[in-house]
Design a protein. Sequence first.
Length: 213
Amino acid sequence: MRDQKPTLHITDALETVVADLCGRLPAFAHIDPRRLLLCAARARRDGAGGTYARIIPLRFPDGTPFRTHNGQRYALPQIPTEHGDVLYLIYVYLPRFFAQPLERRVLTLIHELYHIAPAFDGTIRKCGARAHGGSRASFNARLEPLVEAYLAGDNIPARDILAADFADLARRYTLIGRALAVPKAVRLPSEPGTAELHSAATGPTRRARLPMP
Ligand SMILES: [Zn+2]
């Protein structure tokens, strides 16, 4: 008889850590973690280097889900929750995320959270002309004290998962997680009546009908 391994929802576990980071670190007091979704993405290759995580904003830079480009209206798909629309998706590349030391795993999550605009409006924080201001290294150096402060805290939820060896987790558990294709802007019809569609699109029913790729 085969052993039934328990199930571990890996993105839920990491989402718990993200919510805890937002709750403990004053730098993230503006973030409502209930309006973030953590998703798993498959890394194309393992090993050092490459991307560990990325954040996808669900608003255009003007803070709305709509944009006109060459006379054509586009909308970003919205994910309604009882706490408001999801504003950001954080994709964690697995298993690469776990190939880093614990401090770098925490830094990876803090790095993505720091990209969230201080207004928490579904846009990305502006750091000069480039996403990381001067350089990724200087961006991360600024965040290292946050990593230290966080790891010095007691009772970090899901710390055992956060600190675990991925292969070991996979041995002990059936790993499941949230996987979601990166949302892409969809074209809106441009006939008369578009204005009504836009206002209707702010209701949960209409939003739910926007296709998720
Ligand atoms: Zn970044």
